[in-house]
Design a protein around this ligand. Structure first.
Ligand code: SF4
Length: 199
């Protein structure tokens, strides 16, 4: 896996407890990411199922459920979840842009009974409207971009606008394929920031 160095906008409005990892521990963590690729049959099956759930059609609510579940399982079996330093209550990533398709907006709307009222004039900056008290209030229906974001070094890097190593889907064939499917859907129906779908 490639390691992505990204810079995150910093505007902390709350405090989180941050455990600084020793440099040797960070190095071990990053080294282990380079071997995230797996030949494990069950993991690969989850990846394939995630794409097939989406392929070539506008997914139903049930299909979305299956896709998210397969995606979560795939990430877990890759080992991304256990190596991620992301924790409940650390919400700095929720200030970043979150692109999503109409089917994801509809899934949130159906699952939580919230009206999706598209408005392109709304700002796409600032905290996500679903972040309440530094936690995601639509966690089970959160969009793909949120599911895929995992940081691997110290949370301090996110807050202090320094380079952070994050999960990179480019080198994961199944996520790349899923992303292509999403892009095609986006070409047909548009991909917009979550703040444009929901106030
Ligand atoms: S949907 Fe949830 S996880 Fe995603 S940016 Fe909004 S609050 Fe954060």
């Amino acid at each position: 896996m490639n390691i992505n160095s990204q810079y995150r906008t910093v505007s902390p409005e709350h405090e989180i407890s941050i455990i600084e990892l020793a440099p040797s521990s960070i190095k071990r963590r990053l080294d282990s990411l380079s071997s995230l690729h797996t030949n494990d049959e069950k993991t690969l099956r989850y990846g394939k199922l995630a794409i097939n759930a989406f392929k070539g059609r506008k997914p139903s609510e049930k299909v979305m459920q299956v896709m998210y579940s397969n995606m979560d399982n795939y990430i877990k079996r890759l080992g991304v979840t256990s190596k991620s330093i992301c924790r409940k209550g650390c919400a700095q990533c929720c200030t970043q842009p979150v692109s999503m398709t109409s089917v994801e907006a509809k899934y949130i709307s159906d699952t939580y009974g919230i009206d999706a009222s598209f408005d392109s004039s709304r700002t796409s900056e600032g905290m996500c409207p679903f972040n309440k008290d530094n936690q995601c209030s639509i966690y089970s229906a959160r969009p793909i971009e949120c599911r895929l974001f995992h940081a691997f070094e110290s949370p301090v890097l996110c807050y202090e606008d320094r380079g952070q190593s994050t999960f990179s889907i480019e080198s994961e064939p199944y996520f790349s394929a899923l992303q292509r499917e999403m892009s095609e859907l986006g070409d047909r129906e548009g991909i917009f920031d979550i703040r444009h779908w929901f106030a």
